[in-house]
Design a protein around this ligand. Structure first.
Ligand SMILES: CCCCCCCCCCC/C=C/C(=O)SCCNC(=O)CCNC(=O)[C@H](O)C(C)(C)COP(=O)(O)OP(=O)(O)OC[C@H]1O[C@@H](n2cnc3c(N)ncnc32)[C@H](O)[C@@H]1OP(=O)(O)O
Ligand SMILES: NC(=O)C1=CN([C@@H]2O[C@H](COP(=O)(O)OP(=O)(O)OC[C@H]3O[C@@H](n4cnc5c(N)ncnc54)[C@H](OP(=O)(O)O)[C@@H]3O)[C@@H](O)[C@H]2O)C=CC1
Length: 289
């Protein structure tokens, strides 16, 4: 065998990657995936217990992780956090802008405060993190940034604040991919569809009871996605396997964003899952447990 695949153990050895929202759900899974490939992972979030628990899990598994508790909407805190990572670890090789979320509400009932909370979480916070990582490290050393957006392609009815913010994040991704290419920085996005992440348990139980059972009817894959199916895509985009990919958005949604709703989707169970995450926690909202 002479082909030297980029996908090999220790792919990220000696590198430092920041994962915002790394204490739970998709971010926790991505942090495990990166650590398993040799990276030191810096987990960012607000809830210290969750961050601590994820860092401890990674340590138990033989990986390396640390954490910083902050709100990504706080410009000073973001600037200081990035400075701390650079001071302690040197260059930052990857940033996963994953922290975010929203609440279900029709547009007419969203208050200005609620709109701002969601737009600042899903657009401004990611911008601040990317800007600081670029200014304080990647401008000199290059690197890769992955921004998590959502299935917001034809609007996001019921979550319009989030749809607006995520579309903004996609535009930011495209702009940064062009502006920062000269420094060897790639910037991409991942748009998850309906993912059975632990984040689903953060919604009101009525969301789980009414919306979650309907989801699979609109997904050609006929199942929700798993956290590891997003993480492996994130890691691909961070890796040298994606060295010529920048400004792209990969939809990881079992085809749901392409469903015209006119085509009758046949029932099936033929879309295999990865089942890669040995510490996966299925959300109660999905299992009904
Ligand atoms: C019903 C039909 C819906 C159809 C939609 C179907 C599409 C489904 C696709 C799902 C795809 C996405 C999945 C995920 O993202 S999974 C999980 C991700 N995690 C979360 O979303 C976490 C939960 N969300 C939040 O934590 C919050 O939304 C928020 C991001 C806003 C938290 O920020 P913050 O901590 O600053 O917010 P506060 O709690 O302080 O609230 C600030 C103001 O925001 C308004 N607000 C907040 N929650 C609600 C709510 N449940 N209902 C109405 N308004 C809300 C409110 O104005 C808050 O201010 P006040 O507390 O002073 O009133
Ligand atoms: N699950 C799904 O179907 C989909 C998810 N997404 C998006 O993927 C991302 C991950 O979601 P998922 O894992 O499912 O859900 P989680 O709720 O588990 O993850 C959200 C993470 O973001 C962190 N976070 C939220 N706001 C802030 C903030 N202001 N400052 C710092 N950290 C913050 C939370 O940490 P803490 O509470 O400690 O602050 C939490 O770890 C989110 O952006 C989500 O909206 C997009 C489409 C579909």
């Amino acid at each position: 065998m002479s082909y030297r695949s980029v996908f090999r153990p220790g792919l990220f050895a000696g590198q430092t990657h920041i994962v915002t929202g790394g204490g739970s759900g998709i971010g926790r899974c991505a942090a495990h995936e990166l650590a398993a490939l040799g990276a030191h992972v810096v987990l960012v979030g607000r809830n210290v217990e969750r961050l601590q628990a994820t860092a401890a899990e990674i340590g138990e598994d033989g990986g390396s992780a640390s954490f910083l508790s902050l709100d990504i909407r706080d410009e000073e805190a973001v600037t200081a956090a990035v400075a701390q990572v650079v001071a302690e670890r040197g260059a930052i090789h990857g940033l996963v802008n994953n922290a975010g979320g929203q609440f279900p509400s029709p547009l007419m009932h969203i208050s200005k405060k609620g709109w701002d909370a969601v737009v600042n979480s899903n657009l401004t916070g990611g911008f601040l993190f990317a800007r600081e990582v670029f200014k304080q490290s990647m401008q000199q050393h290059g690197g890769s940034i992955v921004n998590i957006v959502a299935d917001m392609w034809r609007g996001m009815p019921g979550m319009g604040h989030s749809g607006a913010a995520r579309m903004g994040m996609l535009s930011f991704t495209e702009t940064a991919a062009v502006e920062w290419a000269h420094a060897g920085v790639r910037v991409n996005a991942v748009a998850p569809g309906f993912i059975a992440s632990s984040g689903m348990d953060r919604y009101d139980p009525s969301f789980a009871q009414t919306v979650i059972p309907m989801m699979r009817h609109y997904i050609p894959a006929k199942r929700m996605g798993d956290e590891d199916e997003i993480s492996s895509t994130i890691v691909f985009l961070l890796s040298p396997g994606a060295s010529y990919v920048s400004g792209a958005c990969l939809c990881v949604d079992g085809g749901s964003s392409l469903n015209t709703k006119l085509f009758q989707l046949p029932e099936h169970d033929r879309m295999p899952a990865q089942n890669a995450f040995h510490r996966a926690v299925r959300p109660k909202a999905v299992t009904g447990a």
